[in-house]
Design a protein around this ligand. Structure first.
Ligand SMILES: [Zn+2]
Length: 114
């Protein structure tokens, strides 16, 4: 049995700090993001249809897994919030996105599904 310690002040991710403050670039940045989102949407759909065909999993399985992942940060907001977590074994910081230590491989405790 292990305990997790949430790091109080998460460091902003590289993506947000890289955004240029130049307002003139915003329309093109938004366009790039929209393209990226559409591409990810397409790939998600393709992956899901492949899994459904090849493994016989159902939409309900996908929904259940999405809920489980959503609740890993303790907040049911339909998003993956990346919370930095300190590994109780090696003391290094990993993201809650992975739900295990990226350095020593220790699996963190998952919250009980709601
Ligand atoms: Zn570790």
């Amino acid at each position: 049995m292990s305990f997790l310690f949430q790091v109080p002040n998460p460091v902003p991710s590289r993506q947000t700090s890289d955004v240029s403050p130049n307002v003139a670039n915003l329309p093109s940045q938004i366009k790039d993001l929209e393209h990226e989102v559409e591409r990810l949407r397409l790939l998600s759909q393709a992956m899901w249809e492949l899994l459904r065909e090849k493994l016989g999993v159902q939409d309900a399985d996908l929904e259940k897994k999405a809920q489980e992942i959503d609740l890993r940060d303790g907040i049911p907001d339909e998003k993956i919030s990346r919370v930095p977590l300190r590994c109780p074994r090696c003391g290094r910081i990993s993201s809650s996105k992975h739900w295990k230590c990226l350095y020593c491989g220790l699996e963190f405790e998952k919250p009980v599904m709601g």
